[in-house]
Design a protein around this ligand. Structure first.
Ligand SMILES: [Zn+2]
Length: 317
């Protein structure tokens, strides 16, 4: 029997041991190479594009020979104003990509020996960077669509006599959201957050190319899809897969996200649910890459991503 990819040595190309053994200079060089791939890591002024720079080695900064602007490898990126050592940043990325169901900020803080606040913002910046990989993506071919509800759990009262019908809107707390996922077979997974699953119809019209086939379950709000797409339906009260029709791939994604939210984070704010959903989608789409390639991809995306409006100075507000 063929060995599963994740069990093979090919899946393990990066370790914390190798990151720390190579040290701070090597980690710094990795960030330079991924920030400036077109010059093999030689600095390029972010203000004027000049290739001539004086190196202020002691502070790991550069001074542009053209416009005198001082900058560092992370200036203008989502990791700007970082205080953490590059070796720790690289270790954080390694830990993040090794965690198939994500990692909580508390756990990351213990691994890195940093404050919870630091780990929380760093992980969210990395999630924002990797979500940007799917910006503007359009799906085509065969696309599975489904929604799943997250959050807004109401704890039942202790005494049975005090319990309420938790399905009724008046008894809910307004924190429940639906994650709508569209997963192209042999392609990307895109995620969206809404209050109700029927919103998925509008989303499908914007992110799925004309001429694609959409596979959905029996929920009535998908009944309008055939107006725009070739459509296949699977009735889950009868079968999960019938005559080759299923939404199993998008369900696999939800299994990962469900375990991420409930088993790893335990609680996520509806405000940030989109970041966890995008993180799980990214992990799902790149599940066959080795962890070294994943880490490189995350650092590359972070170095190509501009300063985050959501996360810059988060704790200073
Ligand atoms: Zn310059």
């Amino acid at each position: 029997m063929a060995q599963h990819f994740l069990l093979s040595a090919k899946a393990r190309t990066l370790s914390l041991r190798s990151i720390f053994a190579a040290g701070e200079d090597a980690a710094y060089a990795t960030f330079c190479e991924l920030r400036w791939p077109e010059t093999n890591g030689e600095p390029v002024c972010p203000r004027c594009g000049c290739l001539d720079a004086y190196s202020i080695t002691s502070r790991r900064k550069f001074k542009c020979a053209g416009c005198q602007h001082q900058y560092s490898v992370t200036s203008g990126t989502i990791l700007a104003s970082r205080k953490m050592a590059f070796v720790d940043l690289l270790a954080a990325v390694c830990i993040l990509v090794n965690a198939a169901k994500g990692i909580s900020a508390l756990q990351l803080a213990r691994d890195l020996d940093c404050q919870h606040k630091t780990a929380f913002v760093l992980a969210h910046k990395l999630r924002e960077a990797l979500a940007s990989e799917a910006d503007g993506a359009v799906l085509n071919g065969e696309v599975e669509i489904d929604g799943a509800y997250f959050g807004g759990h109401i704890r039942p009262a202790n005494l049975k006599a005090d319990r309420v019908d938790r399905r009724r809107a008046v008894n809910q707390n307004g924190k429940r959201r639906v994650v709508i996922a569209l997963r192209q077979r042999k392609g990307r997974t895109l995620t969206f957050i809404g209050m109700h699953e029927p919103k998925g119809v509008e989303i499908a019209r914007t992110v799925v190319a004309k001429g694609s086939t959409i596979v959905a379950d029996e929920a009535a709000h998908w009944d309008v899809l055939p107006a725009d797409f070739a459509t296949q339906r699977i009735n889950h009260s009868e079968a999960y897969s019938f005559n080759g029709v299923s939404t199993n791939q998008v369900e696999s994604f939800f299994a990962r996200l469900r375990r991420m939210v409930e088993g790893q984070h335990h609680h996520v704010s509806p405000q940030y649910l989109h970041q966890y959903a995008a993180h799980a989608a990214w992990m799902e789409d790149h599940r066959r890459l080795d962890n070294g390639a994943l880490a490189h991809r995350v650092v590359g995306l972070a170095m190509a991503h501009s300063v985050s409006r959501n996360w810059k100075g988060y704790w200073q507000r």
